[in-house]
Design a binder for this molecule. Sequence first.
Ligand SMILES: [Zn+2]
Length: 409
Amino acid sequence: MMRFLVFTVFLISFVGLCFYGCGNPETETDASRRPAGFSAVVTPDPVIRFDLFWDSLVVDSGVISENQTLSHLLDGFGISAGKVATLAANSRSVYDVRNMRAGKKWWVGAERDSSEIPVVLIYERNELDYVVFSLKERLEARLGSYPVDTISRLVKGEIKTSLYVDFERLGVPTNLAVAMAGVYAWTIDFTHVQKGDKFEAYYTRKTVNGKEVGMPTILYCSFNHHGVDLPAYRFDQGDGPDYFDPQGASLRKAFLKSPVAFSRISSSFNKKRFHPVLKKVKAHLGTDYAAASGTPILAVGDGVISKSSYTSGNGKYVKIRHNNTYETQYLHMSKRLVSVGDRVKQGQTIGLVGSTGLATGPHVCFRFWKNGEQVDHRKEKFPPSTPVRDDAMDAFAQEVVRLVKEGGE
Ligand SMILES: [Zn+2]
């Protein structure tokens, strides 16, 4: 460890000297400005990798092969099993060598001037972190991480196929599509975006060794869906970052608690209900709201009508797709007021209460679908949809201006 410390201290002073003493190398090689006798040769900066003087080493490298242990690997460099056992034991508190995995990169370095006896092993744990094992007198390990940079980028385009495919075509990380679908999970069904929809996203992403890693963070984005702009800005008002529209409303939307304004629950979601018409135990995968015939039935959230139909059991019914996750269904209507493909707003009347199909009296059987499965909506925990608080509106407005300016719009 001492050796590494010495190297590091030396490195810092060297960099420091160079910073203040060397000036711009291009200027120094400019013969017209150079005093007579001044050497034109500029010593290149030493290559530093893993906080080591990389140039001073002869390096072999590879990836850990299947079932290869540290002992197997180092045996190939003439390091005894006994030494490896000591190294593993000394390193345990820093890194347990049994965690080394096939497919990960390694480098073994030997000093140039010393009959190539290995002095160091570097094992890359992941895109960001590595372990440096000293193979010299002191057999031990230290952890290191590559420097992380953050890039920011603005991407704009138009849907030609799908968000995912179009991002790929534009050379944009495809997990930006995932991030964007997350921002709009409550407003846009990305499986139904259409040609000509426009998108824009300003995001940051971490880079390590020139490679982008991890999920992008969207700072602001906009999606023009059916000719309507839906801008979203990232803002943290103290309880974690969230996305808001320009008015400070959350992009997440709460569903209405019930599809009928004045009603009572006549039968709850129950997987073992005795069916009043069929006279047998049958799962009731909905919640019944009893109300007078002809009472308006309301869409509990924005969405697109995916079904408006009739079956002998359901009677006249309507189904709404709200987003990738949620759909709702309304049964036993006396009248349907929407057609497949219609876009509906939260609170819009989509039909009237009735008793068509298998029903003993006028009611709405309300069914809530999550990822294709019927669930009890009254037991679901929906994310909060808190808007920007009044006392945070100024800060939010400033942040919107800053983000748009920074994004270079
Ligand atoms: Zn029901």
